[in-house]
Design a protein around this ligand. Structure first.
Ligand code: HMG
Length: 400
């Protein structure tokens, strides 16, 4: 029998400040309950200019190696999933490779498919190891994004920023993931996109919700097919479900949809939601949408709360990327994960964040518009993390 393959370590990174949704509601003349109950979001992370997608990715990845004790010199593949690339050609992963000091014998690239880019990396890594091509090495996948919609638009309360780093290995300490036991779905739709001339996303909001639900049904059906083909029908029985979380309410809608496909009523779905889904929404509700990392922020939230009691049980993962591509797959929580997760301190990055005023948030947004041409500035004294300093001679400069 093949060695188990799966998720060995996980770490998140968020910017140093956030916007409280009550403050945003007051500024936009909206009832706060629309955001806190209607969308199930309470805080939204805001990235300052020095906290670009490279800096956030490096912060998450450094934290992963520090907290897990994993060996950096064993990494043979490094994929960055992002839809907030910093260049049309040079991948975020190339900067990350240097900032972390990863081995030169390493396959390094960026994957883009809206919020689905990180999952593409995770599943490719599983298959890379399963094929034998990894030769005992590990794969680092980092999902990093800054979600931006226009100020005052319906999308504004569903922004966020952050990164999630995941290490895939053949000795996983968190989740085992079986190669090939996954359900894919793809369809060309116009629900959400980010034109080359704009930092802000263009979105057909209500249509995007429907596209997400259609993709969930499609991916779930494909998963059932894969489970039948692999004689693995028990894989449909899961203890918890993590969905892609653009905002908490979307995960709740997703769960109702999936339960309806299984013949359950809305009341039955809402009852199982509290047990199966709610624990995964605690961290996302404090951070907002981080696009590629959103599903894995939900997984971090779940493991942080319940890893110990879930040992030996299955967790379902649904990844959706607008445009669109989706995948439904499962992982089994490894024995010993509960004790190990305590050492990972998954939610620690949320402590000690600064609450921005609306004026500060809008000024940060304004500064972000021109950030890719900003001349190099000296790092601020307080900056002890990787930081984007600006552009010199057409080159992006980072403080390591
Ligand atoms: P909206 O039109 O302003 O909101 O935009 P709404 O009127 O639909 O209200 C939202 C909910 O709040 C509703 O609940 C209201 O009833 C409720 P629901 O019917 O949905 O259960 N509500 C209230 N509740 C309590 N007190 C009140 C109150 N008022 C209303 N006073 C929308 C909402 C999500 C469309 C908007 O924020 C948006 O466009 N967001 C961006 C798009 C998005 O996140 N889409 C999600 C699916 S697509 C996806 O996930 C991919 C993505 O991550 C990108 C990628 O893949 O790269 C986005």
């Amino acid at each position: 029998m093949q060695n188990p393959i799966g998720l060995d370590a996980l770490a998140i990174a968020v910017p140093e400040g956030y916007l409280d949704m009550g403050d945003l509601a007051a500024a936009r003349g909206v009832a706060p309950s629309k955001y806190t109950e209607g969308l199930l979001v309470s805080k939204m992370a805001v990235a300052k200019p020095h906290e670009d997608p490279v800096a956030l990715a490096a912060k998450a990845a450094k934290r992963l190696f520090e907290t897990s004790g994993a060996d950096l010199s064993k990494v043979g593949m490094c994929v960055v999933g992002t839809e907030t690339g910093v260049d049309h050609s040079k991948p975020v992963a190339a900067y990350l490779h240097r900032l972390l000091g990863l081995p030169e014998r390493c396959r390094v690239y960026e994957a883009k498919h809206a919020c689905f880019g990180g999952t593409v990396g995770v599943l490719s890594a599983i298959e890379w190891i399963a094929s034998g091509a990894g030769k005992g090495r590990t794969a680092l996948i980092v999902c990093t994004d800054i979600a931006r919609y226009g100020l005052g638009t319906a999308g504004e309360p569903t922004q966020g920023a952050g990164a999630v780093a995941l290490l895939i290995s053949e000795k996983p300490r968190l989740l085992t993931i079986e190669p090939g036991l996954d359900g894919s779905y793809a369809k060309d739709v116009n629900d959400f996109w980010r034109p080359l001339y704009s930092k802000d996303a263009v979105v057909d909001g209500h249509h995007s919700v429907q596209c997400y639900l259609d993709a969930l049904a499609g991916a779930y059906n494909s998963f059932k097919q894969a489970a039948a083909e692999m004689d693995h029908r028990d894989a449909l029985n899961v203890a918890r479900r993590c969905y892609h979380v653009p905002y908490g309410k979307m995960a709740k809608k997703a769960h109702r949809h999936l339960m309806a496909l299984e013949g359950k009523t809305e009341a039955e779905a809402d009852e199982s939601y509290n047990l199966e889904v709610a624990p995964s929404l605690r961290i996302p509700s404090q951070v907002g949408n981080i696009y590629t990392g959103s599903l894995y922020l939900a997984l971090a939230s779940l493991l942080d709360t319940e890893a110990e009691s879930l040992e030996g049980k299955r967790v379902a993962l649904f990844s959706y990327g607008s445009g669109c591509g989706a995948e439904y797959y499962v992982g089994e929580v490894v024995k010993g994960a509960g004790a190990y997760v305590k050492a990972l301190k998954l939610s620690q990055p949320l402590e000690n964040r600064r609450r921005y005023t609306i004026a500060e948030y809008e000024a940060i947004r304004q500064a972000d518009n021109d950030v890719d041409r900003k001349p190099v500035e000296a790092p601020q004294a307080a900056q002890n993390e990787v930081a984007f300093l600006g552009v010199e001679n057409e080159r992006r400069v980072y403080k390591a």
